[in-house]
Design a protein around this ligand. Structure first.
Ligand SMILES: Nc1ncnc2c1ncn2[C@@H]1O[C@H](COP(=O)(O)OP(=O)(O)OP(=O)(O)O)[C@@H](O)[C@H]1O
Ligand SMILES: [Mg+2]
Length: 257
C-alpha cells in the first residue's frame, strides 16, 4: 500500500479545521459544519464541483475571508497547535502557511524573478537566493524565463510561477487552489510531480482539485465537498476505487436527483 513515511498521524496536525461554518453577507451560507485535517507531511486533496465551497475553505484558512465579504460563524482552524481563526493573512503567512490562489494571480508587470522575490518577502536575503535556486530547480521552464515579464508567460507557466512564488515563503503548509485548471495533460503531470517533490521535503499540502485522477495520484487522503458540506472522506486508494465518486465529481448524481 502507498504509505507516506513522513506523515505523522496522531501528531500535531499541519491543519485542523473543526466544525467550520462560513457566510457571505447575511444571506449566503457557504460552509456548514466542515471538519478536515492535514497531518504533518501529508498531501490531502479537497474535491468538489463549482461553487461547492472549496475556495471558501482556502480563504478561511489563509485569513482572506473578510476581504471577500465572508465571515466565520462557527468552528475553529488550527495549524501546528496554533489557532488561526480570526488571524490576519500576514500572521498566517508568518506561521508558515502559503497559498496559490485561483486564477494564478501573479504580478503580470513584474518579471519571473521579481515575482519570486515578492514571494520571499518574509525571508532573509540569503534565504531568498537559496529558495529561488530550489524553485528554479523544481520548475526548469521558469529558470529559462527568469527575466521575462510574468504577464507574457503561458497559462501553465503562470500556474508554475504562482506555485513557485508560494514556495518562496518556505511554508510548512502549502494550500493549492486548483493548480491544474486549464492546463494540458503534460503540464498537469508537471504540477503533480512538483507536489510530490515538495512532499518529499516534508511540506504538508492541501490540494484543491476538480481533476480527481491527478489529485488522487499524488494525495494520501481526500475529502469531497458538496453544497458546503463534507460528504465523503477516505484514503486516496479508497476514493480511487469508489465508482460513486466519479459520478459525483462529474455532477451526474446531481442531475439524476
Ligand atoms: N465573495 C462572495 N460573496 C458572496 N458569495 C460568495 C463569494 N464567494 C463565494 N461565494 C459563494 O459561496 C459558494 C462557494 O463558493 P466557492 O468559491 O468557495 O466555491 P468553489 O468550490 O471554490 O467553486 P469553484 O470550483 O467554481 O472555484 C458559492 O455559492 C459562491 O457563489
Ligand atoms: Mg474555487
Amino acid at each position: 500500500m502507498h504509505v507516506n513515511p513522513r506523515a505523522t498521524p496522531g501528531g500535531t496536525p499541519a491543519l485542523e479545521v473543526s466544525n467550520l461554518s462560513v457566510r457571505y453577507g447575511k444571506a449566503i451560507s457557504a460552509l456548514a459544519d466542515v471538519s478536515l485535517r492535514v497531518d504533518a507531511g501529508e498531501v490531502v486533496t479537497l474535491m468538489g464541483l463549482n461553487g461547492a465551497g472549496k475556495s471558501t475553505i482556502v480563504r478561511a484558512v489563509t485569513g482572506l475571508l473578510p476581504v471577500n465579504g465572508g465571515s466565520i460563524t462557527a468552528g475553529t482552524i488550527t495549524s501546528y497547535g496554533t489557532a488561526l481563526t480570526g488571524r490576519s493573512p500576514r500572521y498566517i503567512v508568518r506561521h508558515g502557511v502559503a497559498q496559490t490562489m485561483e486564477g494564478r494571480r501573479i504580478f503580470a508587470g513584474l518579471t519571473v524573478q521579481q515575482n519570486l522575490e515578492v514571494g520571499g518577502a518574509t525571508r532573509r536575503p540569503a534565504d531568498v537566493r537559496a529558495l529561488q535556486a530550489e524553485v528554479l530547480d523544481l520548475f526548469p521552464r521558469l529558470a529559462k524565463r527568469r527575466g521575462q515579464l510574468a504577464g507574457l508567460l503561458s497559462g501553465g507557466e503562470q500556474q508554475m510561477l504562482a506555485f513557485g512564488r508560494a514556495l518562496m515563503s518556505s511554508p510548512r503548509l502549502l494550500v493549492l487552489d486548483e493548480p491544474t485548471l486549464g492546463l494540458s495533460p503534460k503540464l498537469v503531470t508537471a504540477i503533480g510531480d512538483a507536489i510530490s517533490a515538495i512532499r518529499e521535503r516534508g511540506t504538508s499540502v492541501l490540494l484543491i482539485e476538480q481533476n480527481a485522477v491527478m489529485a488522487l495520484s499524488v494525495a494520501d487522503r481526500g475529502y469531497l465537498i458538496e453544497h458546503g458540506r463534507i460528504f465523503r472522506e477516505g484514503t486516496a486508494i479508497e476514493l480511487r476505487d469508489d465508482p460513486e465518486l466519479e459520478r459525483r465529481l462529474l455532477g451526474l448524481a446531481e442531475e439524476a436527483a
